[in-house]
Design a binder for this molecule. Structure first.
Ligand SMILES: Cc1cc2nc3c(=O)[nH]c(=O)nc-3n(C[C@H](O)[C@H](O)[C@H](O)COP(=O)(O)O)c2cc1C
Length: 324
């Protein structure tokens, strides 16, 4: 039986994501507000992948506390996400969180939702490696101009807030690889070694998984939300319009169907953390999820997800190598 610990596939010499992060495996747990906190991030990093701590909750005290918990629980590499659009709305919060990152021993940052030029020089001057998340070729080229070290390329099948006309990973990864030499981490549609091998074939050197880790044992969300992901099936999500000009992919619940049909629902939750994450109310709150939900069949510990992904990746590339 293949053990990922015996894997000689990845090293910092042949994989720039490992070079840039110091991790054992080029797998990122995607940033997710409230969910990507110390419990999940520590479990992912302790297993040799890269947990990314969220800061989009915009609470500097909570952020510092969570950062300290991650550092206390594992000596393995981890990272922080700075969601620019959310942080720049409050100058004090932004300054405090940036300060905590720069002086808190963080070595790897992903930026998202905005112009990375806002932070990139300060972070890089502090010796921090910066990857920026992009949902388009245009965004990728702008991020390269801004001086980032790598890209996280988010395909249209992914969970999260996207533009009105998202391009899916199969084309987007190749389109970015054609024009950009920086390391690429693929996000969207990946839950295991098959998806990881496919992403590598298209030009990625790492993968990020969001929905897969929402349905991890260490994810802090209510069991109903995890169960809804496991039960979703491949057509179980829908990209809902988020005016002006954005879409957000969510689980295709009755609520999501009604909203997609334009039905106004005053009973809909205004507090997703309380109603969905804590209380499991999938009837009144929308659960973010990528099309990848359709490939998730069980709730598993983060370490198992990571080990199975690496083992599956090795099996796929061995099978493909035999075609030579
Ligand atoms: C519940 C949930 C919350 C998310 N919140 C954020 C967020 O706060 N900031 C962000 O940049 N991306 C967010 N994302 C998107 C992820 O970072 C990632 O791009 C996406 O999950 C990848 O697609 P996948 O879910 O198919 O793996 C979220 C995704 C999920 C599932």
């Amino acid at each position: 039986m293949f053990s990922p610990k015996e894997s000689t596939v990845f090293s910092a010499d042949n994989n720039r994501v490992l070079r840039d992060t110091g991790a054992t495996y080029p797998i990122l747990q995607a940033p997710m507000a409230w969910i990507a906190r110390s419990q999940l991030v520590s479990a992912v990093s302790a297993a040799g992948a890269i947990g990314l701590l969220e800061s989009s909750s915009r609470d500097p005290a909570v952020f510092r506390e969570e950062l300290a918990k991650v550092r206390a629980s594992t000596a393995r590499p981890f990272g922080v996400n700075l969601a620019i659009k959310f942080l720049k709305g409050n100058a004090d919060t932004e300054a405090l969180i940036l300060d905590a990152v720069i002086h808190g021993g963080v070595r790897f940052v992903t930026t998202s939702a905005g112009d990375p030029g806002r932070y990139v020089k300060r972070l890089r001057d502090a010796g921090i490696v910066v990857y920026h998340s992009v949902p388009s070729l245009e965004g990728a080229l702008k991020a390269v101009d801004a001086g980032v070290d790598g890209l996280i390329v988010e395909g249209g099948e992914s969970a999260g807030i996207r533009g009105p006309e998202p391009v899916h990973s199969f084309v987007l990864l190749q389109a970015v690889r054609e024009r950009v030499d920086l390391p690429i981490v693929a996000a969207g549609g990946i839950v295991d070694g098959r998806g990881m091998a496919a992403a590598f074939a298209l030009g990625a050197e790492g993968v990020a998984m969001g929905t897969r880790f929402v349905a991890a044992t260490e994810s802090p969300v209510h069991a109903n939300y995890k169960a809804a992901i496991v039960e979703a099936g491949p057509a179980g999500t829908v990209a809902l319009p988020m005016p002006p000009g954005a879409t957000s992919r969510v689980l295709k619940t009755e609520l999501a169907r009604q909203l997609a049909a334009g039905v106004d629902l005053p009973s809909r939750s205004k507090d997703i953390i309380q109603d969905l994450y804590r209380d499991g109310r999938t009837d009144i709150a929308l659960g973010s999820a990528g099309e990848s939900a359709g490939l998730i069949h069980a709730i598993k510990p983060a370490a198992q997800i990571i080990e199975e992904t690496i083992a599956g990746f090795a099996q796929v590339i061995e099978r493909l190598a035999a075609l030579r």
